[in-house]
Design a protein around this ligand. Structure first.
Ligand SMILES: Cc1cc2nc3c(=O)[nH]c(=O)nc-3n(C[C@H](O)[C@H](O)[C@H](O)COP(=O)(O)OP(=O)(O)OC[C@H]3O[C@@H](n4cnc5c(N)ncnc54)[C@H](O)[C@@H]3O)c2cc1C
Length: 373
């Protein structure tokens, strides 16, 4: 089989990996350098964790996601992950952590409730103002995202059946015929075309414009005093929701930065726009950090990073086959990276074995307990 992949982020590279390890021909087109610093996958880290609110389907897929990463570490010859455990905090009417704990209990993965009074003893770096309940889980950690996509691109470049085309934007795709046309006018055909174009997807697939909405998101990297950095380098990852501004905190594992972001979808902006952010935009997040993190007034903002992903209304992934020879692969809504290796392997398996496309789409949407057989 010959597959044409549009987009060299975590998803495009992962499906290329899945196909290449089975000896299939792959041509991958990337509009920028490979990997592209503007891609959603190109940040120091992305989190992986079992707690998933009501989305029990995705919580159930986390063990499979870990198994897929293990296979990738084997192929790459390096493990680009650090375990942190997961601390979920909630209060002021929010109940994401409670709902996560309830959903996980139904699949035999209980979280442990920590009395809030104990939080400061166990995690002295946390102030926890406004926190009413806390839940802990030993699993969860940090995927070193940009190192993963760099290593994956390098691995694929060494594979005999893979041809990578950086700096080659695709202008149009024909998912019925299995054909793409580049900006330069070159035509390429394959047995299948996979559009894994991240926040740019609906430029190539206008029919998906209402479902895949680009969303501009800002994260903050902090410069910490040395003692705080040492404390945070042992974790934990925090997923916090105590009212208007919920945040997640990524600890500075293995020399990476400490990062904070929120999960409020802006549903605005264009990935081609200038990527500047102002302090005004992050003020609510900074205020929440001040209440939650001990010694926060000594922290300095190191840099702001603007990033784009697509959002769907139900936050489920879109991995569908809208044409006889074409797929769209958009594990989006800000939670796709953790499933990159798994989504790549399973889509490759479906393409290779001819598994049912509709069942695959439901599985990727977190609506089927197991991958199609
Ligand atoms: C701030 C932020 C925090 C996040 N946190 C997490 C997290 O903690 N855990 C988690 O699991 N996920 C997280 N995510 C989501 C995750 O990063 C994305 O779901 C994932 O990286 C998407 O990968 P992708 O390959 O689909 O898209 P991208 O990485 O954006 O790759 C798409 C690629 O397609 C290329 N392209 C586009 N159009 C064309 C064209 N016409 N021709 C050729 N190439 C083209 C682009 O240049 C780009 O390189 C987060 C995302 C953001 C932005």
């Amino acid at each position: 089989m010959k597959a044409i992949i549009v987009g060299g982020g975590g998803m495009g590279l992962s499906v290329a990996w899945g196909l290449a390890r089975d000896g299939h021909d792959v041509e991958l087109f990337e509009r920028g350098p490979l990997p592209n610093p503007l891609a959603s996958s190109m940040d120091e880290h992305r989190l992986i964790r079992h707690p998933y609110g009501d989305h029990v389907g995705y919580a159930r897929l986390i063990d499979d996601a870990y198994a897929a990463w293990d296979l990738l570490w084997h192929d790459l010859g390096q493990r680009l992950y650090a375990a942190t455990g997961t601390l979920a905090l909630t209060g002021n009417g929010a109940d994401w952590a409670e709902r996560s704990a309830a959903a996980l209990a139904t699949i035999g993965k209980p979280m442990t409730e920590l009395p809030v009074a104990e939080l400061r003893h166990r995690f002295p770096q946390i102030e926890a103002k406004g926190v009413e309940r806390a839940f802990w889980m030993d699993s969860g950690g940090v995927l070193f995202a940009q190192d993963i996509v760099i290593a994956l691109a390098r691995y694929l470049a060494s594979q005999p059946h893979v041809r990578l085309h950086p700096h080659t934007p695709v202008r149009s795709v024909d998912l019925e015929q299995g054909r793409v046309v580049t900006e330069a006018g070159a035509v390429h055909t394959g047995d299948v075309v996979i559009v894994a174009a991240g926040a740019w997807a609906n430029r190539l697939l206008p029919g998906f414009g209402r479902r895949l909405v680009p969303s501009r998101q800002i994260v903050i990297y902090f410069d910490l005093p040395a003692a705080d950095r040492i404390a945070w380098a042992k974790g934990p990852m925090i997923i916090e929701k105590t009212g208007d501004v919920g945040l997640y905190l990524v600890p500075p594992m293995e020399g990476r930065g400490l990062k904070v972001g929120d999960h409020e979808f802006s549903r605005s902006g264009d990935p081609m726009d200038e990527r500047a952010a102002s302090k005004d935009e992050i003020r609510p997040l900074l205020d929440r950090c001040r209440s939650l993190l001990r010694g926060f007034d000594r922290w300095r903002t190191d840099r702001l990073k603007v990033c784009f992903y697509t959002v769907t209304d139900d936050e489920r992934f879109v991995v569908e086959k809208p044409g006889a020879r074409g797929w769209v692969m958009s594990p989006c809504s800000g939670h796709g990276f953790k499933f990159g290796a798994l989504m790549g392997l399973e889509l490759a398996r479906t393409l290779i074995t001819g598994r049912d496309a509709a069942t695959h789409a439901r599985w990727a949407a977190g609506l089927e307990a197991t991958a199609p057989t």
